[in-house]
Design a binder for this molecule. Structure first.
Ligand code: G3H
Length: 492
């Protein structure tokens, strides 16, 4: 029974107060912070706020336990992660229902996040077995003979702080925790406040899979209460974070010289060539802009094309919206892609950016209003790159159409922003797309497809304020470890 399996993580109050896991025990907090459902503003539960003393004790134990964990045979760590994957699969329905209420993701999208998490965990556990050390001889460098050989192995960072965002509270937690543990690190998991309940359920699975004490722990509490303390903690050796660029910049400053693995904001554009397949392009734009109400770092935020192309494309996009989008309660099977955004504050912020852009000359083609946390799926035309809906990462179901005079101008607009996650290019000529991709200063360019992280073994990275380091199965395993050469010198 799921209720029994997950019982230790909360008290029996309605709504419950959730405990945090200090590495060996689920602990009640002295204070707590509420988690409000974006669906109807009901309180889903409250999360304990860990004190700095509790955090110190937890991190101290993680630090002390780390060498023994790294020395544990890899095959045992692999077995544990496969067990985690099995439990996640097993509780798929239960997780889905929690996540839908907690963050307002549609049932279909929440379920797909859970399945993806189990599959990702299995893939990590398989892939890690092909990560090996290697050796390098000295004599290929001018002036050296065969006198030295470097034996290079991968070692853990130590204690890794894994900070997950609200939009994928389970998947973007596991995508950090699993590679960190497999590479021999101990982990302190900081879930988001909204999404924290889903994250704590995942934490219980790590515990139940049989991790030894003090290998994995959780610190709950708002970013403003415990965030700074965690990222600058002396015994935290590396920080893996997904969240906004603004928060990323602050964390990078506070974390000082710690290794960072960051996935931050994106403001991804779709650039449409005149020869593009308009049906395919429109479908990808709609999916890319409105999935999970546009609350994905990989969402399409603006579409750029010359006037004639925009005039042809817009009616096709509107027709596809009718097919693919239906805003509503995320629990309803009628709802397609767009439920509420994460909070009333987020909805008000997005509305403000829409209104300010309209005041500067943008035109609303469809949508443009909000009711509580529900923002109508919105298309704006007549948008220019200096408007708030383009300058900011909107993180809502809003897509802006920008008219350009040339394809070079579109590349210049992309390259001038502070973001550099992905861009997508639509053309029937893949060669043209390949050449054009070189002019776009972003992490990844998609040709004839909307931006996305997956498949999860592809490299995933952002440049500029969109991220630090590379993720994706093998890349995340590498990022959660470092090279350590031991050089044997036998001067000849
Ligand atoms: O929000 C950031 C996520 O990494 C996006 O992942 O492209 O699979 O939705 P996704």
């Amino acid at each position: 029974m799921p209720e029994e399996f997950f019982a230790p993580i909360a008290n029996t109050q309605t709504p419950p107060i959730y405990n945090f896991f200090n590495g060996s025990t689920w602990v009640e907090g002295q204070k707590s912070t509420p988690v409000i459902s974006p669906i109807d503003q009901s309180v889903v539960g409250s999360l304990a706020i860990a004190t700095t003393q509790e955090i110190d004790e937890t991190i101290g134990k993680l630090k002390a336990a780390q060498p023994a964990w790294e020395a544990t045979p890899l095959n045992q760590r692999v077995k544990l992660m496969h067990l985690v994957a099995d439990w996640v699969h097993h509780y798929e329905e239960y997780f889905t229902a929690i996540m839908v209420r907690e963050i307002g993701k549609s049932t279909k999208e929440a379920k797909s996040e859970i399945v993806r998490t189990a599959e990702l965990t299995d893939y990590f556990a398989d892939e890690v077995q092909s990560i090996r050390g290697y050796s390098v001889d000295s004599d290929s460098f001018p002036g050296y003979d065969k006198g030295s050989i470097a034996m290079i192995e991968r070692v853990a960072h130590g204690v890794v702080l894994c900070i997950a965002p609200f939009n994928y509270p389970v998947n973007l937690a596991a995508s950090k925790i699993v590679p960190a543990l497999l590479m021999g690190n101990t982990v302190l998991f900081k879930p988001p406040t909204q999404g924290g309940i889903s994250g704590l359920h995942l934490a219980r699975i790590f515990e139940k899979a049989g991790l030894p004490p003090n290998i994995f722990a959780v610190a709950t509490g708002g970013g403003s209460e415990i965030g700074d303390y965690l990222v600058s903690h002396k015994q935290v050796d590396a920080v893996a974070f997904t969240g906004s660029s603004d928060v990323g910049v602050v964390i990078a400053g506070k974390a000082a010289m710690k290794p960072l693995i960051f996935e931050c904001g994106g403001n991804n554009s779709a650039i449409v060539f005149p020869d593009a397949d308009m049906n395919l392009t429109a479908k990808e734009i709609v999916k890319g802009a409105f999935s999970y109400a546009g609350q994905r770092c990989t969402a399409i935020k603006y579409v750029m094309a010359t006037k004639g192309v925009l005039d042809t494309l817009l009616p096709v996009v509107l027709a596809q919206m009718k097919e693919l989008v239906n805003m509503g309660d995320p629990r309803s099977p009628e709802t397609k892609l767009v439920g509420p955004v994460i909070s009333l504050e987020a909805a008000q912020r997005i509305q403000k950016w829409i209104d300010e852009s309209v005041a500067k000359g943008a035109k609303i083609v469809i949508g443009g209003k909000h009711d509580k946390a529900y923002i109508e799926p919105t298309i704006l035309t007549n948008v220019t790159p200096d408007m708030p809906v383009v300058v900011n990462e909107v993180f809502g179901p809003v897509v802006s159409f920008i008219e350009i005079q040339s394809m070079d101008q579109a590349a210049n607009i992309v390259n001038a922003t502070r973001f550099g996650l992905q861009a997508c290019v639509f053309t029937r000529d893949e060669g043209t797309g390949m050449v054009y991709a070189k002019s776009l200063n972003v992490g990844t360019v998609q040709i004839n497809g909307s931006p996305q992280r997956g498949p999860d073994h592809f490299p995933f990275l952002g440049i500029k304020h969109s991220g630090v380091g590379v993720q994706g199965v093998r890349y995340s395993l590498e990022a959660m470890s470092r090279l350590k050469p031991v050089v044997i010198n036998k001067p000849q």
